[in-house]
Design a protein around this ligand. Structure first.
Ligand code: ATP
Length: 652
C-alpha cells in the first residue's frame, strides 16, 4: 500500500465505477417489463419493514405506560393499566400476523419477477448467439458459450430473485429502526452507530475483492466446461484414447478443478472475519448501552433513561444486526452478480456482423443464377508484421508466407440449373467459395449475386430458403429420423417424408431400423454409417427443395455400394437446380457443365472436363493424381470406359 493509503481512487477504480453504473442501469432495465409487480413488491417491503419497528416501540409503551409507569402510575391509572395493556398486546399480536401474510405474497411476487427476468435473459442470449456469424463460432470455444448460458445466467438467478428485495427491505428496516432509536434516545443512538462509517467502508472493500474472485471463479468454470465438452464428447474421447492422453487430460482437469476450489474457498472466506467483527460489535453494544444508561442516570440523579426505553432500545438495536449483516452479504453478492451480468452483457453486445440490410428484399421465384464478381475475401486481417505474399505463389517452397487473401479476385458465373464443379488442391479456397453464397461470411471486396441481386441486399431468411447445403460431415440431432428429416420442411407429411427418403435411397434402411422413422439417431442415438447419414442429409435437402444446392462431396471413401447409393441419390437432387459442388467424385466432374479450377484463392482454369484435359494445365495434373484413382471404381459403377488415358462417357 502506497503512502496515499486506501482512500486514493485510481483511474482504474474510476473506470470500474463507470462500468458498474452502466451495468447496474442495464440490470435495472431488464426489470422494466415487470414495473408494476416490482412497484407492488416495493410497497409490500416498505409496509412490512416499517411495521417491524412497531413492536419494539410497543415494548417501551408496555413497560413505561401499562406495566411499570413512573411512581406506580400508568397513564393516570394505577399500574398495571389493563385496558391499555390489552390494546398494546393486541397490536403486538396483529403486527407479526399481518407482516407474515404480506411476506408470503411478497416472496411469491419476487420470485416470479426474478425468474422471469432470468428467462428473458436466457432467451435473449440464445437468440443473439443464434444470429452470430459463423466466424464467432469458429473462434470461440463451445464450452465457453455453454458456460455463459448455463453457469452465468444460472449464477445470477438466485441473486436477482433475492437481492433486490433484500436490499430494499434492509434499507427500510435500517432507516425506520434508526428513526425509532432516535425517538427513544439520541445519545444512545449516536453511541450505537459510532462504528457505522467503518462498516460501510469495509463493505465496499470486501465487495470489490469478492467480485474479483467471482470473475476468476466463472472463468475457471468456463475453462472446465470447455475441457469437459472437448474431451468427453465422442470425438474427444476417441482422440484422447487413441493417443493415450487420458492421464494428461485428467491432469489438466485436476489443475483447473484445484484452482476452482481455491477460488470458491476464497469467495466464502472473504468477508467472513468482517462478519465476525460486526457480530461481536452487536453482541457487545447492549452491555455498553446499559453502562452509559447507568452513568447518565447517576450523573443526572434522575431516571432519565427508563427501563422500558432500555429494553425497547436494545431490541431495536438487535434488529439492526440482521439487516446490516445481510447488507454486507448482499453487497458482496451484488458485486459477484455484477461480474456475471458483465459476462452476459459482453455476449449480448457482440455485434451481428451479418444481418439484414435496411433495404433488404426477399428473394422469390429464384431462378438460381449465381455470380461472384471479383471477390476478395479473407477470414481475418493478418497480424501486423507478418509478411504476406501478395501474388499467390509462396515466397519459398518450404516456407510459404501467409496469403494476403484467401480468395483473390474470384469471378464465377453459374447459370440457372447448371452443375458447377469446384476443384483444386487442398486449401485452394473451394469451401470458402461455398460459404460466401449463403452469407456465412461476407466478402471484403467484390460481390456475390443471386439472380443479379447482391446477397447483402437479400433477406437472410429468404436466402436461407433458396439454398440447400449437403456437407461432408452430416450433423444429425439426437432425435428421431422423422424430426431430423423435418428440419428440411417442418410441416412435411408422412408421404412427403417417404418420397424424399426413397429419392435419397434411404427409405429401405429407415424401414429396417428398430422403430422405423421414429428411431432416435444422432450423437447418442442409433448409429448410422457415414453413407447412410449422407443419404439422410440428402433426403433432408430433397424435402427442403431449394433452388440452389451446395454440395461438399465426402473425401472419405465410402465402400462401393454405399458410394453408388449416395451417388444415385444425388443425381436426381442436382437435376433442375443450380448446383455448386466441391467435387471429389469423378462422376460429378464428368457430368459438370462447368469446372472451376482454384489454386491459392484464384480461378486458374475453367471449362468442361474435355477442354481442361486438353489444356494440360493444373486440372490435367489433378485429374492424373486424384480423380483417375477413382476412375477404376467409376469404371465399374458408371460404365466409364478408359481408352489409353482418354475418358469416354458411355450412355448409362
Ligand atoms: P480442402 O479441399 O482441403 O477442404 P479448400 O479448397 O476447401 O480445402 P478452404 O477450406 O476454403 O480450402 O480454405 C482456404 C484457406 O483458408 C486455407 O488456407 C485455410 O487454412 C483457410 N481457412 C479456412 N477456414 C478458415 C477460418 N475459419 N479461419 C481462418 N482461415 C481459414
Amino acid at each position: 500500500m502506497g503512502r496515499h493509503g486506501f482512500f486514493r481512487v485510481s483511474p482504474i477504480d474510476e473506470d470500474h465505477r463507470k462500468v458498474d453504473r452502466a451495468t447496474v442501469r442495464r440490470v435495472v432495465g431488464t426489470f422494466r417489463p415487470y414495473k408494476g409487480k416490482v412497484g407492488l413488491v416495493g410497497l409490500m417491503i416498505g409496509v412490512t419493514s416499517g411495521l417491524g419497528v412497531i413492536n419494539p416501540l410497543m415494548i417501551v409503551a408496555v413497560f413505561d405506560n401499562a406495566l411499570f409507569g413512573p411512581n406506580g402510575t400508568c397513564q393516570g391509572q394505577p399500574c398495571p393499566n389493563l385496558p391499555l395493556l390489552y390494546f398494546y398486546v393486541g397490536v403486538m399480536i396483529a403486527v407479526p400476523i399481518v407482516t407474515s401474510i404480506i411476506g408470503i405474497a411478497q416472496t411469491y411476487l419476487t420470485n416470479d419477477v426474478g425468474l422471469n427476468v432470468m428467462q428473458d435473459l436466457r432467451n435473449r442470449l440464445y437468440q443473439h448467439l443464434q444470429a452470430m456469424p459463423l466466424r464467432f463460432f469458429t473462434t470461440t470455444r463451445t464450452g465457453e458459450i455453454q458456460s455463459r448460458l448455463a453457469n452465468d445466467v444460472g449464477g445470477v438467478q438466485s441473486v436477482v430473485t433475492d437481492t433486490a428485495s433484500t436490499v430494499l427491505s434492509n434499507v427500510v428496516t435500517i432507516v425506520s429502526t434508526i428513526i425509532a432509536m432516535l425517538v427513544i434516545s439520541i445519545p444512545l443512538t449516536i453511541l450505537s452507530l459510532l462504528l457505522m462509517p467503518l462498516f460501510l467502508w469495509l463493505t465496499v472493500k470486501v465487495g470489490k475483492a469478492r467480485r474479483e474472485v467471482a470473475t476468476n471463479t466463472q472463468r475457471t468454470l468456463a475453462d472446465m466446461t470447455t475441457i469437459t465438452e472437448e474431451t468427453l464428447s465422442v470425438s474427444g474421447i476417441l482422440l484422447s484414447k487413441a493417443f493415450g492422453r487420458q492421464r494428461f487430460e485428467s491432469e489438466r482437469f485436476r489443475t483447473e478443478n484445484e484452482r476452482l476450489t481455491g477460488f470458491l474457498l476464497r469467495q466464502t472466506m472473504i468477508g467472513r472475519s468482517f462478519f465476525a467483527l460486526v457480530g461481536t460489535f452487536f453482541s457487545i453494544t447492549p452491555a455498553l448501552v446499559y453502562l452509559v444508561a447507568g452513568w447518565v442516570n447517576s450523573n443526572t440523579g434522575a431516571n432519565v433513561i427508563e427501563a422500558g426505553m432500555l429494553v425497547g432500545f436494545t431490541t431495536l438495536q438487535s434488529r439492526l444486526f440482521f439487516p446490516i449483516g445481510s447488507m454486507l452479504q448482499v453487497s458482496t453478492e451484488v458485486q459477484s452478480s455484477l461480474a456475471l451480468f458483465d459476462r452476459i452483457f459482453e455476449y449480448l453486445d457482440l455485434p451481428h456482423e451479418i444481418h439484414d440490410a435496411p433495404d433488404a428484399v426477399a428473394l422469390d421465384d429464384v431462378s438460381g443464377h449465381v455470380r461472384l464478381r471479383d471477390v476478395r475475401f479473407r477470414y481475418e486481417d493478418p497480424p501486423d508484421g507478418v509478411p504476406v505474399s501478395p501474388d499467390g505463389p509462396p515466397l519459398a517452397d518450404d516456407d510459404p508466407a501467409p496469403r494476403e487473401w484467401t480468395l483473390d479476385g474470384v469471378a464465377l458465373d453459374i447459370r440457372p440449373g447448371q452443375l458447377a464443379a469446384l476443384v483444386g488442391p487442398s486449401g485452394a479456397g473451394k469451401t470458402t467459395v461455398t460459404y460466401l453464397v449463403p452469407r456465412l461470411y461476407d466478402v471484403q471486396e467484390g460481390s456475390v449475386e443471386i439472380d443479379g441481386l447482391d446477397v447483402r441486399r437479400i433477406t437472410l431468411e429468404s436466402l436461407g430458403e433458396a439454398i440447400g447445403v449437403v456437407t461432408q460431415e452430416t450433423y444429425l440431432f439426437h432425435d428421431t429420423v422423422r424430426r431430423n428429416l423435418q428440419y428440411g420442411k417442418p410441416d412435411a407429411t408422412d408421404e412427403e417424408l417417404t418420397t424424399a427418403a426413397k429419392a435419397a435411397n434411404i427409405h429401405d434402411r429407415i424401414a429396417e431400423l428398430p422403430e422405423g422413422y421414429d428411431t432416435v439417431v444422432g450423437e447418442r442415438g442409433y448409429k448410422l454409417s457415414g453413407g447412410e447419414k449422407q443419404r439422410l442429409a440428402i433426403a433432408r435437402v430433397v424435402l427442403k427443395d431449394p433452388r440452389i444446392l451446395i454440395l461438399d462431396e465426402a473425401t472419405s471413401s465410402l465402400d462401393t455400394t454405399s458410394e453408388r447409393l449416395v451417388q444415385s441419390a444425388l443425381e436426381p437432387l442436382m437435376k433442375g437446380r443450380t448446383t455448386i459442388a466441391i467435387a471429389h467424385r469423378l462422376s460429378t466432374i464428368l457430368s459438370a457443365d462447368v469446372i472451376f479450377v482454384l489454386d491459392r484463392g484464384r480461378i486458374v482454369e475453367q471449362g468442361t472436363h474435355e477442354e481442361l484435359v486438353e489444356r494440360n494445365g493444373l486440372y490435367a495434373q489433378l485429374y492424373e493424381q486424384q480423380f483417375r484413382g477413382g476412375l477404376v471404381e467409376a469404371e465399374f459403377e458408371d460404365g466409364v470406359i478408359l481408352a489409353s488415358g482418354e475418358v469416354v462417357r458411355t450412355e448409362s
